[in-house]
Structure formats: C-alpha cells, structure tokens
Design a protein around this ligand. Sequence first.
Ligand code: C2E
Ligand code: CA
Ligand code: CA
Length: 406
Amino acid sequence: MTVKAAIKILVIDDDPFMLKLIGHLLNTLGYRRVTSCDNGWAALETFDNPPDLILLDLNMPEMDGIEFMRHLVERHYAGYLILVSGEDERMLQTAEKLVNAHKIHTLGHLRKPINPSELSEMLQNWMPPSQSRTRSLRKVYPVEAVRAAIANDELILHYQPKVNLATGKVEGVESLVRWHHPKDGMVFPDQFICVAEEHGLIDDLTRGIVGMAFAQTRDWQAEGLYLRVAINISMDNLNTLAFVDEITAAICAIDISPNDIVLEVTESRLMKNLSAPLEILTRLRLKRFRLSIDDFGTGHSTLTQLRDIPFNELKIDRGFVHGMAKDKTLSAIFNASLGLAQQLDMETVAEGVETHEDWAFLRNSGCDLAQGYYIAKPMPASEIPDWINAWEANFNQLIEPPDACC
Ligand code: C2E
Ligand code: CA
Ligand code: CA
C-alpha cells in the first residue's frame, strides 16, 4: 500500500542480526522507509527528519533505551514507539509505563525472540498521525503567534461528552480549546497553552474561553439542553484575585447558574504562591461554581490539593483508566482513587476510556462518569445535540454488545 510505503520507521538495536531481522520483517509487511541504527546517538542524528515509528531495544551498551526516551521527550517526539527486549515481561511493562508517563505514544512491546505475527498484528490497524486526520507534528508556537491568535479570535472550543456510567445519560461536556490556525489548520492545546502560561497570556486566553463556554451553555439551555459545561482553568489563572470577580460578573451577565459550570484545575507547574489559588478556589466554590481536580494520580494533582481545596469532582487520569482491566497495578490505583473520592463525597470521572474493555470494566467499578474516545471524541458545539440523541438511543446496545459466541 502506498501509505505504508511512505511511513518512516527507525529501528535501534546494538545487535546487527536483530537489525537485519526486524528490517526484513518490516519490508515483508510493506514498509519501505526503514532506517537502522546500532546506537542511540547515531539514531538521534537522523532526527532532522523524525520517524513515524521507532522500534527501540532497551538494553544497549552506550545509551540504553530508557535514556534514549529522555532524548525523545526533549525533542518533542510526536511519533510512536515499540519497545523491544529480551527482558522479562514485568520489566517490559514497567518500561512501557515510563513511555506512557513521558506521554509518548506506544504500540506496545515485543519480547525477543521476535514473533513476526505479533509485530504484524501490532502494526495492522496503526496509522501514524501525519497519515491520519489526527494531529500533525507537535510544533510549539512562538509567543507572538499565540498573542495574535487570542487577539484575532482564532481560538475555538470543542466539547467532549461526559456520560453517566449507570444510566448512559450525557450529564455534561468538557470544553477543550483548539486554534483554528489560518495556515496550519487545527492546532491542539499542547502546542500553545504552555506558551500562554509562560508569557503571561493565559488570563486573556482563559477570559475568551470562559466567555465562549458560558455563551454556549446558555444557548444549549435555550434549546432545552441542560448540560454541565466544564472549563479547563490553568493554575496560573489563580494568581490574580480579580479572577473571581471577573468570572462572577461574566456569569451574572449571561444569566446561567455557576452550578452548571465545572472548573477543571490541573497544576501544570510548581506554584510560587500557594495562598492565592487556595483563596480563589474557595471563593469560587462559595459562589457555587463546581470545582474538579483534573489528571488525578499524576504528579500534577496531589493529595495536598485534595486536603486543602473543596473539590466537587475528581477526574482519574487516563493513565490509570485505559488498560486497567488487564493490569492489576492500574486497577489498584484506580480503585484507591475512587475510594478516596467517594469518602470525600466527590463525584468521580474516569478519563481516557478508549476501548470496550475499559468501558465494561468501569461499568462495574462504582465510578460515576466516563469520558474518552470510546464514547466520543471532542467535537464542535453544533454536533453535540445530534450526537446525544444518537448516543442515548444506542446506549442499551452498548451495554450489551452483540454476542460473538451465540
Ligand atoms: P485534559 O484537561 O486532561 O483534557 C483531556 C485531553 O485528553 C484532551 O486533549 C482530550 O481530547 C484528550 N482525550 C479525551 N479522551 C481521550 C482518550 O480516550 N484517549 C486519549 N489518548 N486522549 C483523550 P486536548 O484537547 O489536546 O487537551 C490537552 C490538554 O490541554 C487538556 O488536558 C488540558 O490540560 C489542556 N487544555 C485543553 N483546553 C484547555 C483550555 O481551554 N484551557 C486550558 N488552560 N487548558 C486547556
Ligand atoms: Ca480537563
Ligand atoms: Ca485530564
């Protein structure tokens, strides 16, 4: 297939026989642009033109696979990774968790000696981002471009449904910012939010988003659609005490209730001043906004925040949700987070529900809400009403999927 022939694959292994073998297997599967390197440094030299997929040996004498991954993070590698090693399964699983923690996409791991059908299965349904409609290379934009995007109203919101696991009802949506770039098309938040935070633009950016999300909430209510709308707030927004007054004035002007709005907070970097966020969040809660602690379980949200801030909702990070049906460690962490939230009377949301297996496992978990690609990807506001109708009509089928064996 021509698409396969265009995919760039890099194989890194210190064993020349393995390089030959994997290269040959990939060629037989139709991949033509395969580059081999027998050490990490040589591989990094090819990064002017980064690959779509890397098959990485863990044990190499000069630079081991774990160290190589750190270089990938520094270079904002946006492609996929397959770990290859003769180490035992548990070691490979641990290394794969590290890949996830670095937010590098992975297709899984292969144990040596490599089983050709395992590799073929892994690649069967995979398409690199540059070949599919999803994100292109993660270029981070310069501050002036981000400033102009805010000033020129190029930021828009997409909405991703949050559904009740017991009833299937769509209880709310999370608003997620996108930049409608005049030349580059759709640009995702990880390419500009950090720039806005670092250069003091985040208040302007959030002000625009809050205005759009409030207006959308009101418009849906006018059509009879009552959804709780979540907005992502950066911790950097919580440095200025005026934030509470601004957001309260905005909601009064638009005539919706703060109880319809969920403010999702993640600590994206270390806070210099901890008392201001605490005061602001407490005041927002007094005004009846709902507060959600986002990405729970990662370094970004901590037990200290849980102790200090009166959150209504806890979102368990997708790193502990996707795949937990098969992974005891993940399910233990998931259950512990759930128990904690329940004891604190918080509503729970599982993020990153990607497969039917995730969904089925969650349905018996006691978690309140679910969100993820398995249910729906983020979409423009105009698509939400039809999507809800279709989802709620099909929900019964989803809880009892067609039985393959009878
Ligand atoms: P987040 O708040 O944790 O949002 C969830 C992210 O996971 C979204 O990415 C969403 O598209 C993605 N996602 C949803 N379901 C799945 C799934 O099943 N699997 C996987 N792999 N991903 C899933 P997105 O839109 O690129 O946003 C990334 C992050 O950028 C957000 O993470 C949030 O921290 C930040 N962000 C997004 N919108 C805003 C905003 O309006 N303001 C601020 N300050 N930050 C925002
Ligand atoms: Ca969020
Ligand atoms: Ca999250």
